[in-house]
Design a protein around this ligand. Structure first.
Ligand code: EPU
Length: 302
């Protein structure tokens, strides 16, 4: 059995069998992980990731769970969380080494306290730095990958590698590091001294976020904006607002948000995503691409 195999090889790493996943994602849907681990150190992360990759068993990397969708039932394999890699070390007045599991809102707080700027566009974005880097999370034409000096990641062979800024390609909601099998464990980021104008920019990002749906469990924007279009507008014009499958509903406030009214299942959300994408395609011929990372059957999601 996989559990026994991992446990006997790596007895110092805490494993949980049949971990319910709904409490680990902001949408609050999904089944159970066959095995769940949240390593306490980069060394433990290297060991467990290398071990499961070598055995070719399914492995899913979970950050803050704010942009993911778990299917129902049992997710076979190992879900590895970065939640315990969560420290920050300032190297200079402007530069910090930040662990993958460090929460973006905490990072924003650090910047505010140190009067630093450069990440205003991330105001109000939940989740962890690792997840944000994998999807180049952002707003207003900016993404977190811009701030990178370098990223430290564990590769499929369990070895740690450093990727300099120039090694990484990124664009709107895309980072080339997500295109291989690896776990981001930390990154060095450089900021700049804040000016009064930065504070105004931050306020304007917070205002836009404030007008988005809140109160019910959701995973942020469902689809990426296709080039030259707004997914929210396309979905709205295609009559998606208020569509439901079970307890999953398309927000009346912003059509690119799917909300869990209480007891939605992962399958309800998956079905609703499909219905919305089909409506937009039938009306416009545009194929919307999910921004939410769906935990199956793709092997690596962060
Ligand atoms: N719109 C509609 N109907 C809707 C929703 C939007 O007509 O139901 C229109 C708006 O009126 C506006 C346009 O569509 O003219 C764009 O909408 P919005 O300003 O809300 O921005 P967005 O492109 O939908 C992006 C990011 C958000 C980010 C906001 C604000 C994507 C997919 N979404 O939304 O990010 O918060 O800008 O900065 O890039 C996320 O990534 O999870 C996310 C929510």
């Amino acid at each position: 059995m996989l559990f026994d195999e991992i446990h006997s090889a790596l007895p110092h790493i805490k494993l949980i069998e049949r971990q319910p996943l709904s409490s680990l994602c902001t949408l609050h849907v999904g089944g159970e992980a066959e095995i769940f681990a949240a390593p306490d150190s980069i060394a433990d992360m290297e060991e467990i990731f290398g071990f499961v990759m070598e055995r070719n068993c399914p492995v899913y990397i979970l950050g803050g769970g704010s942009n993911v969708l778990f299917p129902d039932g049992l997710i076979e394999g190992v879900v590895i969380s970065t939640q315990n890699l969560n420290s920050i070390e300032w190297r200079t007045n402007l530069t910090a080494d930040v662990d993958a599991g460090f929460k973006l809102p905490m990072l924003m707080k650090e910047l505010r306290e140190r009067n630093l700027a450069g990440m205003e566009f991330a105001a109000g974005i939940p989740g962890t730095l690792g997840g944000a880097l994998m999807g180049n999370a952002g707003a207003g034409g900016h993404g977190v990958c811009e701030l990178l000096d370098y990223v430290v990641a564990i590769e499929a062979d369990g070895q740690t590698r450093t990727f300099n800024h120039s090694d990484i390609e990124y664009s709107y909601r895309r980072c080339s590091l997500a295109e291989g099998k690896r776990v981001i464990v930390s990154a060095r980021l450089t900021f700049r001294q804040a000016t009064p104008k930065d504070k105004d920019v931050l306020e304007s990002f917070l205002l836009r976020r404030g007008s988005q749906p809140h109160g019910l469990h959701n995973a942020g924007c469902t689809f990426k904006n296709p080039e030259g279009y707004s997914a929210g507008k396309l979905l709205d014009e295609s009559g998606c607002k208020g569509l439901t499958v079970g307890d999953a509903i398309v927000s009346d406030v912003h059509a690119n948000f799917i909300l869990n009214r209480g007891h939605a299942t992962g399958d309800d959300v998956v079905k609703l995503i499909g219905i919305c994408a089909q409506r937009v395609y039938d009306r416009t011929g545009i194929k919307l691409e999910p921004e939410i990372k769906i935990f199956a059957p793709c092997p690596l999601v962060q």
